[in-house]
Design a protein around this ligand. Structure first.
Ligand code: SAM
Ligand code: SF4
Length: 329
């Protein structure tokens, strides 16, 4: 599959639920309204849509959310998708999680065929962690990470860089990641969804963070290129990698290889644009999957050249109404 700009589409990110057991302040408002359960694709339908993409050439699937490990039936979905790894059509199933349920599930997901996970962790300070997630406990996530290591899952830590919140501990976090054998990716806040506040206060350009980290660490450009938005550097002292996702200070759209499916079957072609295709209707109207394939063809023609995020004084509100938990980051 290729879009109209010649970019190969090989990666599907699937938000399996918009629900979450945390309420991170940059992601959701405290009183989030979630989608009605009856609007969700069933596990079987999620499998059918993903499998159609895999048959069209998608080689990597990332399960995300909301919190994917709170979706009922998630293990069944992973087990179903893993059959495409056995046939060689799919290279990888990965997962992005807040880690709250990992101590229970790390070994199971590894056994089902997941080798790598991203765990979101923005601070190693228990009080700040409670503040940022509004209802999470740091200890629970640290236990989950121990379970992940024990299960031999490869872990990458995702950290949103937040002005005057965690900017002072990013160097320590890099050290901690190195000591635990975790790669890390730093992310700039993106203006998605109403969070009941202004993001100008949170936005920290990663160009500044990189300069500061370079005072403590020997960073050199890594040969790793995932085709994704993250530019990786090798950290000589720890042997791990650090990635920088800079949607606001540096566009990453030229090499974009992905599409995003929501839990209600809406397919978004870009995290930062509203154009979408309704896969649920296509699936339900035509069990032979003809309409589903036609919907994918249409999506390929609609994928925009790039996003249009801005965060600056006077533009601190959401660029798009939908939250990150809908499209899964
Ligand atoms: N709940 C899971 C988790 O937190 O890893 C998966 C979904 S979460 C939406 C995926 C990633 O998006 C997390 O790493 C989170 O930090 C990031 N994220 C959420 N809202 C964001 C925003 N407005 N800007 C940048 N990153 C955001
Ligand atoms: Fe939940 Fe992840 Fe959003 Fe935090 S970032 S509220 S853990 S979906």
């Amino acid at each position: 599959m290729q879009d109209t700009f010649g970019r190969p589409i090989t990666y599907l990110r699937v938000s399996v639920t918009d629900r979450c057991d945390f309420r991170c302040f940059y992601c959701m408002s405290e009183n989030m309204t979630f989608l009605p359960r009856e609007d969700l694709l069933s596990i079987e339908e999620l499998d059918q849509v993903c499998s159609t993409f895999i048959n069209r050439g998608v080689r990597k699937i990332r399960l995300t959310g909301g919190e994917p490990l709170v979706r009922r039936g998630i293990m069944e979905l992973i087990a179903r998708l893993a059959r495409h790894k056995d046939t060689g059509l799919l290279d990888e199933i990965t997962l992005t999680t807040n880690g709250s349920q990992l101590s229970k599930h790390a070994h199971v997901i590894k056994r089902l065929g997941i080798d790598r996970i991203n765990v979101s962790l923005d601070t190693l300070d228990a009080d700040k962690f409670a503040e940022i997630t509004r209802r999470g406990r740091l200890e629970q996530v640290l236990h989950g990470l121990e379970a992940a290591k024990d299960a031999k899952l490869k872990v990458k830590i995702n950290t949103v860089a937040l002005k005057a919140f965690n900017e002072g501990e990013l160097s320590d976090m890099l050290k901690w990641c190195g000591a635990n054998g975790f790669d890390q990716t730093l992310i700039e806040t993106m203006p998605l969804g109403d969070i009941g506040g202004d993001r100008v206060d949170q936005y920290l350009p990663l160009s500044d963070v990189k300069k500061r980290l370079a005072q403590d660490w020997t960073l050199s450009p890594s040969s790793l290129n995932t085709g994704g938005p993250s530019a990786y550097m090798d950290v000589a002292e720890t042997g791990q990698k650090i990635g920088f996702i800079t949607p606001l200070s540096n566009h990453f759209c030229d090499s974009c290889n992905r599409m995003r499916l929501t839990c209600t079957g809406t397919l978004y072609m870009c995290l930062g644009q509203d154009s979408s295709v309704d896969m649920r209707k296509a699936l339900r109207d035509d069990p032979s999957h003809g309409l589903l394939n036609a919907a994918i063809d249409k999506a390929l023609t609609l994928k925009p050249k790039g996003h249009e995020f801005v965060i600056e004084p006077g533009h601190g509100g959401p660029a798009l109404k939908r939250h990150m938990s809908v499209t899964g980051g």
